[in-house]
Design a protein around this ligand. Structure first.
Ligand code: PEP
Ligand code: MN
Length: 337
């Protein structure tokens, strides 16, 4: 951090900054400019260290120098991380398509939807059994019964299964059924849950919280990485803004920002980002053009019958069209699909 002193500072004020830096375990270096003095403080500086420094007499500003996240950063690991989930490789040249229903509703619907996802060209299956609903009166998912349906659908299609975990106590049960643990937007800062999946052998898809900054998303990933689980994928699923015309606002900037600043694969979820089946395809194509490593897409054979998120569900035929257009965009940006 750089501690910028007010013009009115005294030598005693500088001494206090130096003392505090040493007390924090850091090394201070005083730089006297013509108009101002600054103290460059090096070491493992965190938010708390900076906050305390700001309180010292005649300190004008405290400027962070490094990034707050470490293990997720490109500085820590220059080469992009590639995650292997059975036959599915995420983070390499090929774009992953993970499609499926919002939720398992019945065994027939789950299997029918998974087979349609496969036929349309998907290489991963999504589907929820534990649903984080805004209202406790809405469909909450079928729980473990839903996971059984999803696992059967995953086995029939040979597509690896992505499903949301909502409770750390469900971890060992979920590990019996799923191939990737999804952390939903509403749980991005559920730190105990992040630590729990950090102990798992399974890869994690970490969704961006609807009001989370990209630094907060990366710091959330740090909770998982620092527990030893290196297989983390980040997911941009839209954020809440003043715009009400769509369910969320897809932050296209997030994709190249995350790719530039982190080695972790980045997945785009145009379904939750838009909430509107007519907007899913154009946003999906934009995400690939921007550098996304994969798409997470909701489909349903009869969206009007869906128990959750029907308005954003594509028909299987619409997914097929999306995938054929996406492969052209992928090729244009040096990727394959
Ligand atoms: C979902 O994937 O169905 C879901 C609930 O997503 P999010 O956490 O992004 O709202
Ligand atoms: Mn959904």
């Amino acid at each position: 951090m750089i501690v910028v002193m007010k013009q009115s500072h005294t030598d005693e004020d500088i001494e206090k900054v130096k003392e505090k830096a040493i007390q924090q375990g850091h090394e201070p270096l005083v730089i006297n400019g013509v108009e101002r003095s600054v103290v460059a403080v090096s070491g493992k500086v965190n938010d708390d260290h900076r906050a305390v420094m700001k309180l010292l007499p005649n300190v004008s500003r405290v400027i962070p120098v490094g990034k707050p996240y470490k293990l997720a950063s490109k500085n820590y690991k220059k080469k992009n991380s590639i995650i292997q989930i059975q036959n599915l490789t995420i983070g390499g040249d090929e774009i992953a398509i993970i499609a499926g229903p919002d939720s398992a509703e019945t065994q027939e619907q789950t299997i029918e939807t998974a087979m349609a996802a496969k036929d349309a060209g998907s290489n991963g299956l999504r589907g929820g059994a534990f649903k984080p609903r805004t209202s406790p009166y809405s469909f909450q998912g079928l729980g473990e019964d839903g996971l059984k349906m999803l696992k059967e659908a995953s086995e029939i299609t040979s597509l690896p299964l992505f499903s949301e975990i909502m409770d750390a106590q469900h971890l060992s049960m979920m590990e019996k059924y799923v191939d990737v643990l999804q952390i939903g937007a509403r749980n991005m800062q559920n730190f105990k849950l992040l630590e729990a999946v950090g102990e798992s052998e399974l890869p994690v898809l970490l969704k961006r919280g609807m009001s989370a900054t990209l630094d907060e998303l990366l710091l959330a990933s740090e909770y998982i990485l620092s527990r030893g689980n290196e297989n983390v994928m980040l997911c941009e699923r839209g954020i809440r803004t003043y715009e009400t015309a769509t369910r969320n606002t897809f932050d296209i900037n997030a994709i190249p920002f995350l790719k530039q600043n982190s080695h972790l694969p980045v997945i785009a979820d145009p379904s939750h980002a838009t909430g509107d089946n007519t907007l899913v395809e154009p946003v999906a194509l934009a995400a690939i053009a921007a550098g996304a490593d994969g798409l997470l897409i909701e489909i349903h054979p009869r969206p009007e019958e869906a128990l959750c998120d029907g308005p954003q569900a594509l028909l299987p035929s619409e997914l097929e069209t999306l995938i054929s257009k996406a492969s052209i965009v992928a090729k244009a940006v040096g990727r394959s699909l």
